[in-house]
Design a protein around this ligand. Structure first.
Ligand code: MRU
Length: 348
């Protein structure tokens, strides 16, 4: 079945509403910046690279009908960037994409508004295309780390739904499945939002890749039983020292992998590396609605007035990460030195 997390057509943005997956494939239309903001905030679209692309188009939709001079256009673009960046705080891809649009405007600010609008749309389309290309490369590089009969564990959803195409950690899994025989996957359900059970299971089935779905709290036992060859996760933001924010539960997997001597890999495009922060301590962690914890499938499962934590992401310390798989190659420790080298890569 053909599905796309996001596409631009007819001067509007179409988003696959992931809240209804795996049972309904329904697209919603975003006609302005507020529609995009709401789609990101309400998780119609989610996954770091996908929300970056959505925000880039959100910049265009917010500027498309602008009627004023170039100076005001620049001011409006700055306002839009702050607004869209605030939709979700952890994934840096969002602010990275809106910055690319804003930079393009600033570089060309002496041109007329008609041209500026065209440049904004072209840049958003470029960000979309590049995401697919970069994810393909992640799959190529990452699959070199696996071999026949490996079982790869993963958390959350990092596939085409979380990106434009191929995915990040999912791209590594898919390419390994294409290259080797006997590749299997263990997917964590990923409480509380169940991206693993709803979305990764859906994508694995669509791709025909054999897998087992487990509850998050089974992870230690399946590792102890020797059922896991390696772990690959995505990332929402990677600090210069390699500390990585990803879906809550990722840190738990990294600790368990260390204890059981299983390689632990993070897969992410360059847009997920935040070169402006030295360590994970600076990464803001989104806290989501408490209902996600007190309820399951829309049904209350905890007593009324139960107090909860709902951290949506956690930070995996760099020393627990075997390697970071990027679209520019596999980066090994020391991350502080080796991630910095990517800054001078001409394909960045
Ligand atoms: O809250 P979500 O569903 O947006 O979280 C997604 C993740 O944590 C992914 O692992 C991450 O964005 C990388 S996806 C390619």
């Amino acid at each position: 079945m053909e599905y796309r997390s996001i596409y631009f057509d007819g001067d509007v943005v179409h988003i696959l509403d992931q809240r209804y997956l795996p049972f309904d494939i329904t697209y919603c239309v975003c006609n302005n910046e507020k529609d995009i903001f709401d789609a990101i905030r309400e998780m119609k679209i989610r996954g770091a690279p996908a929300i970056g692309v959505a925000a880039a188009y959100g910049m265009y939709l917010g500027l498309r009908d602008f009627d004023g001079d170039s100076n005001d256009f620049v001011e409006k673009a700055k306002e839009l960037k702050s607004y869209l960046d605030s939709a979700r705080p952890t994934a840096v891809n969002l602010a990275w994409a809106t910055k690319r649009i804003l930079d393009k405007i600033l570089e060309n600010k002496n041109n007329d508004v008609f041209l500026l609008k065209k440049l904004v749309l072209d840049e958003a389309k470029k960000i979309e295309e590049e995401d697919a290309e970069r994810n393909y490369k992640i799959g190529e590089y990452g699959s070199e780390l696996f071999s026949d009969n490996d079982t790869i564990m993963t958390i959350c959803n990092t596939g085409a739904l979380a990106t434009v195409k191929y995915g990040t950690a999912f791209s590594v899994i898919k390419r390994s499945y294409e290259k080797y025989t006997g590749i299997n996957v263990i997917a964590l359900e990923t409480r509380p939002y169940l991206q693993g059970a709803r979305l990764t299971a859906f994508e694995l089935k669509e791709a025909g890749i054999p897998f087992k779905l487990i509850t998050d709290n089974m992870s230690a036992f399946v590792m102890q039983k020797g059922l896991v060859s390696g772990i690959v996760t995505g990332a929402d933001r990677i600090a210069l020292n390699g500390d990585t924010a990803n879906k809550v539960g990722t840190y738990m997997l990294a600790v368990l992998a260390y204890y059981h001597k299983i390689p632990f890999y993070v897969a992410a495009p360059i847009s997920t590396i935040d070169f402006s922060i030295e360590t994970g301590k600076k990464i803001p962690i989104e806290e989501r609605s408490l209902d996600e914890v007190t309820h399951c499938g829309g049904k209350r499962i905890a007593p009324y007035d139960t107090e909860v934590y709902n951290f949506s992401f956690d930070i995996t310390p760099h020393e627990l990460i075997t390697a970071i798989i990027t679209d520019l190659g596999v980066v090994y420790p020391p991350f502080k030195k080796n991630l910095r080298k990517l800054l001078s890569n001409p394909n960045r």
